[in-house]
Design a protein. Structure first.
Length: 121
């Protein structure tokens, strides 16, 4: 059997010859697939990284965290509420450097650019 890849274009649940009957095995398989999908996205779209900050519900799943750590340098954020301020701080930092912080294809724009700052006052 060909090993499923995390690519949506290639992998389909229907392509599996049989589904595991053991629920624990099925969940572990799905978690492994999730971890591989995340790692593949980093390889394809980000490149090598020193550290990946993990927050949210997935950060509480020890099996998922272990599977991610096998593939990426993962650090679990102790306080997941800081992820939004960190993201905006990164966007501001990149803007201050004049570096791209907006992917046009993600926002409907045509190119990659340093996004504009809108001041509320």
């Amino acid at each position: 059997m060909r090993r499923p890849t995390p690519s949506r274009e290639v992998w389909r649940l229907e392509a599996l010859p049989e589904r595991p009957q053991d629920p624990a095995r099925l969940l572990k398989t799905l978690l492994a697939f999730t971890a591989e999908s995340v790692a593949e996205a980093y390889r394809r779209f980000v490149g090598p990284v020193d550290r990946v900050l993990l927050a949210g519900g997935g950060a509480r799943n020890r099996v998922l965290v272990d599977l991610l750590r096998e593939r990426l340098p993962v650090a679990v954020m102790e306080n997941p509420k800081v992820r939004e301020p960190l993201a905006f701080a990164l966007l501001a930092y990149l803007y201050a450097l004049g570096r791209p912080n907006v992917l046009g294809r993600a926002t409907g724009g045509r190119d990659v650019r340093a996004g504009q700052v809108v001041e509320p006052f």
